[in-house]
Structures are given as C-alpha cells and as structure tokens.
Design a protein around this ligand. Structure first.
Ligand code: 13P
Length: 280
C-alpha cells in the first residue's frame, strides 16, 4: 500500500530501527525494491531523484511507482529525493508522491532556512512530511559533485526548529557514490545532533558503509538510510556477468530477470541490516 513517510518513520524512530530508501528509476529497480520488502515483511521507501525523473519521464515514472506502491502488500513510500525547487516539490505532491525531500545545501547560506521553511509550509498544507538537508555530502550523485560540509549540531537545531521540517539529513562523514577507503562516520557529532534535534535523522550516502558503522548510526538515532550506488553496482555487475557467460543471448528479459534477482538480494540484505524486517 502507498503510505506517507510519517507512517514508516515514526515507528522506526520510536523502536530504534531504520527504513531503507532505495533509489529507483525504472521498472526493474522498483520491482526489486518492492519484492525484497515483501519477502522481508518490511516497510520501504522508493526514492526518486530529479535525474531519475529526467531519465524516465515524470508521468511515466509517477504512474508506474504509485500504481506499484498501491498494489504492494507492504507499506511503500514514494519519495522525492534531493528536490531542489518548489516547482518539482509541488508537481510531485500534486501527482501523488507521499513524501518529499528538499535539499537546501546548494543555496547560499542565508537562503537555506527561508526557502526550506516556505517549502515545508506548502507540503504541510497537503499533509505531506518533508525531509530537509542543510549541509550537503561529499561524493558524487548523478551529475552533482559535492565537497561535503559536516553538520554543526547547534546550527542543525536552529535549522530544524526554524524550518519546521519533519526529518533531517545529516552530514557526518557520509558520502554519495562509491566510498573512499578512509570514509568514517563521526559518531560523537551524530550523538550531539540527535540530542539537539527531535525529528528522525537520515543518513544519505550509505552504500558501502560497513555494517558495524550502519548499526552504530541506527543506535544513535538514524531512522532512514539512503542507498543508490550499491543497487547500481549490482545491476551493472549482473549485466556484465550475464553477457560474458551468454554472448549469444537475444532476449533482454532473460538478462533483466537475473538483474532483478541480484538487486532483490542486495535490498533484502540492507533491510535486515537496518532492522526493518518483520516490522509489519
Ligand atoms: P549512495 O550513493 O551511497 O548509494 O547514496 C544514495 C543517496 O544518498 C541518495 O540520496
């Protein structure tokens, strides 16, 4: 069933587990995410970036994902990931997205609170919860390369309070894309942010983050965890293997069936790591 993000994040925040937000951009990624969530009896978030919208076409992707979420046996959130303007946020909400994120990190410092507050006012009028990001992550996501600024726990408290957002994305050493070997989460910083901020916290850039760090982050208040790169890598590695092993293959569906199986396994593993399995 299609649900709002409040319905999945509030229980997670209370019980101390996290819900996975997996980036989807076509039929196969969406099928893999929902199949894994159903097999694990877990709520799940399908995250849609602006780049995914550009790739698949807004109407195509919206129709596909909302229909799939509604038919699913488990709670599924259809969520705008890293929205950068009110126009996209409005369009997503009007067309049935059940959650949005607004990423203010690329705006000038003095614009971030005002713009996020304005967008939060709009989403709340439509009973939609909003995730906010103030500081930006290092690494690469789609075509956007970030330098990464650590979240200051005091500034975070002011940002959440003033903007009235419902979930807050932290920058604590996490990075989008393939992790560098020295990537390490700053747990004392996370602990302080969690003390200062009452809303659920979100960890972006969690592909490749070691399971022990993920578990510690959840124990310190992370309730939503974003995964994109691990699914992309699984997709591409499977395409590669299938083609190497079956150079004469003529039916793409045979290859994509293997791709879906591999991505489903990745999502299942993450769901178990995040502790959202068996929660419905
Ligand atoms: P990864 O690139 O680490 O998978 O992060 C995805 C993400 O944070 C999407 O918002």
């Amino acid at each position: 069933m299609l649900v709002t993000i409040n319905e999945v994040l509030k229980p997670a925040h209370k019980a101390g587990y996290a819900v996975g937000a997996f980036n989807v951009y076509n039929l196969e990624t969406a099928q893999a995410v929902i199949a894994a969530a159903e097999l694990e009896n877990s709520p799940v978030i399908m995250a849609v970036s602006e780049k995914a919208i550009e790739y698949a076409g807004f109407d195509n992707l919206t129709a596909l994902l909302i229909e799939m979420a509604e038919r699913s046996k488990v709670p599924v959130v259809v969520h705008l990931d890293h929205g950068t303007n009110l126009h996209t946020v409005k369009k997503c909400i009007t067309c049935g997205f059940s959650s949005v994120m607004f990423d203010a990190s690329t705006l000038p410092e003095n614009e971030r609170i005002r713009t996020t507050k304005e967008i939060a006012k709009f989403t709340h009028k439509h009973d939609i919860m909003i995730e906010g990001e103030r500081d930006g992550l290092a690494g690469q996501e789609d075509d956007i390369e970030g330098e990464g600024r650590y979240t200051n726990p005091e500034t975070a408290a002011v940002f959440v309070e003033e903007t009235n957002i419902d979930a807050f994305a932290v920058s604590i050493g996490n990075a989008h894309g393939i992790p560098t070997p020295d990537e390490k989460l700053d747990f004392p910083r996370l602990e302080q942010i969690a003390k200062n901020v009452a809303v659920p916290l979100v960890l972006h850039g969690a592909s490749g983050t070691p399971p022990s760090q993920i578990k510690q982050a959840i124990s310190l208040g992370i309730s939503k965890i974003n995964i994109d790169t691990d699914l992309r890598l699984s997709f591409m590695a499977t395409v590669h293997d299938v083609l190497i092993n079956n150079p004469e293959l003529k039916d793409p569906r045979k290859m994509l069936t293997e791709v879906k199986k591999a991505m489903t396994e990745v999502v299942k593993t993450k769901i178990r790591l995040f502790g959202s399995n068996g929660r419905i």
